[in-house]
Design a protein around this ligand. Sequence first.
Ligand SMILES: OCc1cccc(Br)n1
Length: 444
Amino acid sequence: NQNVRTGRSGSATSPPDEHGTAQKIDVNPPKGTRDFPPEDMRLRNWLFHNFREVSQQFGFEEVDFPVLESEALYIRKAGEEIRDQLYCFEDRGNRRVALRPELTPSLARLVIQKGKSVSLPLKWFAIGQCWRYERMTRGRRREHYQWNMDIIGVPGVMAEAELISSIITFFKRIGLTASDVGFKVSSRKVLQEVLRCYSVPENMFGRVCIIIDKIGKIPMDDIRKDLQSADMSEVAIEELLQVLSLKSLAKLEEKLGASGEALSDLKQLFSLAEKYGYSDWLQFDASIVRGLAYYTGIVFEGFDREGKLRAICGGGRYDQLLSTFGGDDLPACGFGFGDAVIVELLKERGLLPELNLQVENIVCSLDQELQGAASAVATILREKGQSVDLVLENKPLKWVFKRAARINARRLILVGKAEWEKGMVNVKTLSTGEQLEIKLDELE
Ligand SMILES: OCc1cccc(Br)n1
């Protein structure tokens, strides 16, 4: 809107209203949200391009869903943080809706909607903006973009091994190695087996997981109190906390015995990691449960080995989610990978890519009546698939050279009167300064 001028202070004034007073609007985006000016958009596009390339390299198909979903998709009773921070409201049709806090429930909804019309296994990926309404006390964001990959219809841990392989492929593509990042891997079946030993009701499983996920984030006394409120005895709590501190499968076997599913799943995953060649990226860590109630098996999270940042990504198996939405009992697993921590990590490691605007040609006319001629030259080049920044007003040559440098143009095409009358234009290669007169029909 050309009427709005942004002052130095960043506040803009719009035309006077019916009372003749100028209206000051806030030109900053809403709290917790970001604009993407060109330099930030180039980094975001670079990140998403790598997400897409890896997903397609693994044979996944891209999907997307509305950013607005029914609130019912996220109403789970387990006391998750994501529930407390739901960006939800009642729309003008009195429907309870929410800005999606994650993509997995939408994916589950679409899988059920597609029903028998899709053949299994499904390998879908999505990159979508997700929202949470968090008290801005911690100054954290309210939106981020998340890359998700999900495999629907594969019960075995080959699916989890494949997902971890795709994330490692992504890390390698952007220059990160196993000495920069790793994965902590566990299974919620570890928790399940301990809870069964102490006959904790099954319906407490999701809630206990959410409490356990808060270890390290809230005082241990509060963890113990919350576990007691989830029908756990003192003995069960101590045993559980002990098991959660295990960092070796051998110790886990000593604790849980060799017959449980948790151990066999984990052993199989670590053996597959050998075959994939990414063993040095993984470590067993029983304390990993992840903060979403619907995980039922293997869970994993990517972390930076310097331990300065929050989890880079996370995921796991969620075999019950589709059936809780009324769908078939389909096995499923997937991960979410946010766009914030990874950028912080790349900054830390000096791995942010140099991404400059690159336009092949800048075209300008040397006098007003040749403006149309300049547009014709621009069109010829564009029809050959070249990018052209066409100077749209009569500007001094000094201004044109300055703009050419700013947009990193490779060539400057000058349309001058004398040359144009001979059907020629002036082509200057800006890196070398070489200048040639070229016939229009030989321009390439
Ligand atoms: O990682 C949880 C999450 C969900 C939505 C938005 C943001 Br920012 N963060």
